[in-house]
Design a protein around this ligand. Structure first.
Ligand SMILES: [Zn+2]
Length: 317
């Protein structure tokens, strides 16, 4: 095609019947087979038309790309990238595929569809500090990878099964831990029956806080209502890290179960929550006055602020 003509025209997908999903240049400047060779090599149907891949009417993202085997962990981002490119493309059963002359026809562009695709709800929330509690992520001394994890989580972009299904992945949406409820981030980290047991053990001496769990339905809300404690320095540190540690360890066990068929043992999760909190306390000089054993032997005392540091004990003795 002549460059001038190519600039002035755009391919417009209709019902997709006459366009090869993998081999024609119908989305972007090259065929999808050449832009996504990994996914193409795994595709169950390499000669599908666009229409074959587009399932109208069943949900908001109609694209289903069947693969010959389950994708590996490291292959998921490539699939998500492809899904992202497809997400705003809709087939139209009533029209044929066609070339559109851009100079005198604007096609079906509307301000509303543009607005919807650019500024989805999450983006609006993220842009507004007044309703998005960015400080619960950034204004703490957690390690950078943990901050990034929570940032993703608060934007609802953590790759829970619900998120993957929403992006067109063909997997079970059920929670990897309980297998009963859809695995949304609020379910997985707050309300999963298994994770509730973990919260309940760790908050056994903090019933009021534990009950708050039932009144929140998002991680942002949970971190916002998490009470602030002051006084005993070990208590303040441990308490401020606790919600982050539970979520992080839950994610770790969940992934271990998904990818390595690991077991979700509540007692082990509880120990690891305490372990990671102690580790995060590592850059706090005050930690030297305490022993990790206090978190294991007297967890209630730590949260109540009754565990005192060595120097104080020496002073009294
Ligand atoms: Zn669950």
């Amino acid at each position: 095609m002549l460059p001038d003509f190519k600039e002035g025209v755009s391919f417009k997908i209709g019902n997709g019947a006459r366009t090869s999903f993998w081999h024609d240049t119908w989305l972007g400047n090259a065929s999808l087979a050449s832009r996504f060779p990994l996914i193409f090599s795994l595709a169950a149907n390499q000669t599908a038309s666009v229409r074959d891949m587009c399932h109208l009417g069943d949900d908001s993202i109609p694209w289903h790309i069947e693969t010959r085997r389950n994708l590996r962990d490291w292959e998921l981002p490539v699939m998500l990238d492809l899904m992202d490119k497809l997400k705003n493309i809709q087939c139209n059963e009533l029209e044929g595929d066609s070339w559109v002359w851009l100079k005198n026809k604007v096609g079906r562009f509307t301000v509303r569809s543009m607005y919807n695709s650019l500024l989805d709800k999450k983006f609006l929330i993220a842009g507004s500090r007044s309703i998005f509690p960015a400080d619960v992520v950034w204004d703490n001394d957690l390690p950078t990878n943990i901050k990034l994890f929570f940032w993703t989580l608060l934007l609802d972009r953590t790759l829970t099964r619900q998120t993957l299904v929403r992006r067109g992945m063909q997997i079970s949406p059920l929670c990897a831990l309980c297998g009963v409820v859809q695995e949304s981030s609020s379910h997985l980290f707050l309300h999963c029956s298994l994770v509730l047991q973990l919260w309940s053990k760790l908050l056994a001496s903090e019933q009021e806080t534990f009950l708050l769990l039932y009144s929140v339905d998002s991680m942002a809300d949970w971190l916002s209502v998490w009470p602030v404690k002051s006084g005993n320095p070990l208590m303040v540190k441990v308490w401020s890290y606790l919600p982050y540690a539970v979520v992080w360890i839950t994610w770790k066990f969940r992934n271990d179960k998904v990818f390595n068929e690991g077991m979700s043992d509540i007692h082990k999760m509880e120990q690891e929550v305490k372990g990671i909190i102690w580790y995060w306390c590592g850059n706090w000089l005050g930690r030297k006055q305490y022993h990790f054993r206090a978190l294991i032997d007297d967890w209630g005392g730590v949260l109540a602020g009754s565990v005192v540091g060595n120097q104080t004990v020496v002073g009294i003795g």
